[in-house]
Design a protein around this ligand. Structure first.
Ligand code: GLN
Length: 537
């Protein structure tokens, strides 16, 4: 089994535990250590796939088709860790398997209880990933805040695991907050002391404290935390606010966090700095040469986490082109009411991300039409491809009733519809077309130019598909189906011939973009938007 780092959080939620865990992974990888990451989510949903983005934020999809927590997106963007369906453990999954085993008679004669049965199942899953991945370090992030009732079984499980594995095999890094009280002009350590106290009540003494803070920690504060939390001074690590999330690994490196971790875990591996990351990512983020405005039209734009990977991938596309990407977020329902149309005019590029349900659809169709008719680079993703197809059918092919059967079951022109195998599905959880599928690209298209290869593989999360019956009329009017799934003949990418850059794909390229390796479609979309800016200014 690998060594394990448990990451817990105290005081408040939204402390950036996911970014902290991902940054720890990055620091360890830079030292030549292999890692994998597990996220434990204490909710009863089996996976977040059935949750509304307002509840949960984006649903992140892995190669093997698991619908997971968005923190896995941070892990994949920061590290090379292999993540699968086993990388996200939820209370729902744990109870589901324990109750299934109980019904099968696996516990015959016994009373099935939270301790030991639920905690054993949690430990079994963590041990399994840690063994199978064959890595040096497994990072396990526990969602929620210490003190929450629902995370207790996870904390008890990690307490037991730490005890079973022994000191230099498992450590706990506790992320906490030192709030700054303006009126007192002071940074407070008390909430941190209390949250460490809560952890110790359940038998976990943190090995390292990662203190989120607006201002530098003074010597006195460090001494106080160290004394009251039973930690030596070096184990109290400052995590000061930084402007960009990609600066976090650099900041933590400066604080010596990786040295501390390898010392506590007794791992001997060489040190290396983050020069490449600094030059390729952070420098370009901080002082880019150019700047553009890109519109994202969606219905969850009020919540930054709902399109997390999309926003990040746009930033990556900017880094690759040495440009700052200003993201103008437009609510598609506002476009329906005629509001914000002037903002579309400001855009050098327009992106419509994935989505479900008919709310705001007509606003999105309006936005695609604007981009198509005004030669503005357009990037449609999943639902963004489906609305592009509906718009083209209605306004160019003159199929006035064109729609998706998701929005109009009895549409006369079902441009987007369900495959036969989807029609009989009753359970909605984990039954979409999920995960990686191959796609063949046609030469001399914008997609082929972006990828520079004939065959690609991309991640999916959708139920509806382009209706191939309409392919000939689309082709006749200037659409190129540049990406197709050869096995099933499904449309994966459509492009507009007489347009500078109009690419719409059924898959989700945003899940595979990294800050130091922008996804080719995002890179070229931003490139096309920069070109458009040159031409209009
Ligand atoms: N609602 C559409 C479908 O199910 C698109 C899904 C998406 O954009 N992820 O096919």
């Amino acid at each position: 089994m690998s060594k394990i780092i448990f990451v817990t959080g105290g005081v408040v939620s939204s402390l950036g535990k996911g970014i902290a865990a991902a940054s720890i992974g990055k620091l360890l990888e830079t030292r030549g250590l292999s890692t994998t990451i597990i996220k434990c989510d204490p909710y009863l949903n089996v996976d977040p796939g059935t949750m509304n983005p307002f509840q949960h934020g984006e649903v992140y999809v892995t190669d093997d088709g698991a619908e997971t927590d968005l923190d896995l997106g941070h892990y994949e963007r920061f590290t090379n860790a292999l993540l699968t369906k086993d990388s996200n453990i939820t209370t729902g999954k744990i109870y589901y398997s324990v109750i299934t085993k109980e019904r099968r008679g696996d516990y015959l004669g016994k009373t099935v209880q939270i301790i030991p049965h639920i905690t054993d199942e949690i430990k079994r899953r963590i041990r399994k990933v840690s063994k199978e991945r064959d890595v040096d370090v497994t990072i396990v992030e526990i969602g929620g805040t210490v003190g929450d009732i629902e995370s207790l079984p996870f904390l008890e499980a990690i307490r037991q695991l730490r005890w079973e594995l022994g000191e230099s095999y498992a450590i706990n890094i506790h992320v906490t907050l030192l709030p700054y009280i303006k009126s007192a002009g002071e940074q407070k350590t008390k909430p941190t002391q209390h949250s460490v106290g809560r952890l110790r009540e359940i038998g976990i003494a943190p090995d390292i404290l990662l203190c989120r803070t607006e201002k530098h920690i003074t010597k006195e504060q460090r001494d106080k935390i160290s004394l009251f939390c039973n930690l030596d001074r070096d184990s109290v690590v400052e995590a000061i606010d930084v402007k960009h999330i990609y600066e976090v690994p650099l900041m933590l490196k400066k604080e010596g966090l990786d040295d501390l971790i390898v010392k506590k875990l007794n791992i001997k591996k060489g040190d290396k700095d983050l020069t490449e990351w600094r030059n390729l990512v952070v420098k370009r983020l901080k002082s880019p040469k150019r700047e553009i405005d890109v519109c994202v039209v969606g219905k969850y734009i009020a919540l930054p986490d709902a399109y997390k990977s999309i926003y990040e991938a746009l930033v990556h596309g900017g880094i690759a082109n040495n440009a700052r990407v200003n993201i103008l977020k437009i609510d598609s329902e506002d476009l329906e009411k005629g509001k914000h149309e002037s903002r579309l005019k400001k855009a050098h590029g327009l992106l419509i991300p994935g989505g479900f349900g008919d709310r705001g659809i007509e606003g999105k169709i309006k936005a695609v039409q604007y981009a198509r008719e005004n030669n503005i680079p357009y990037f449609g993703i999943c639902l963004g491809m489906q609305v592009a197809a509906i718009e083209f059918a209605r306004n160019v092919c003159k199929l006035k009733k064109a729609n998706s059967t998701e929005f109009d079951k009895n549409s006369k022109n079902p441009i987007i519809c369900l495959l036969e195998e989807q029609k009989t599905i009753k359970n909605l959880g984990a039954t979409m077309r999920l995960g990686s599928y191959p796609c063949k690209l046609s030469k001399k298209t914008n997609s082929h130019r972006a990828y520079s290869k004939d065959n690609i593989s991309e991640r999916h999360r959708h139920r509806y598909e382009f209706n191939n019956k309409y392919k000939p009329s689309f082709v006749k009017k200037g659409i190129v189906f540049s990406g197709v799934n050869a096995q099933h003949g499904l449309v994966e990418i459509m492009e507009l011939k007489n347009h500078p850059w109009f690419v719409a794909c059924q898959f989700h390229p945003e899940f595979k973009s990294k800050p130091d390796k922008a996804h080719p479609l995002f890179k070229d979309f931003i490139g096309a938007a920069l070109e458009h800016k040159k031409q209009v200014s």
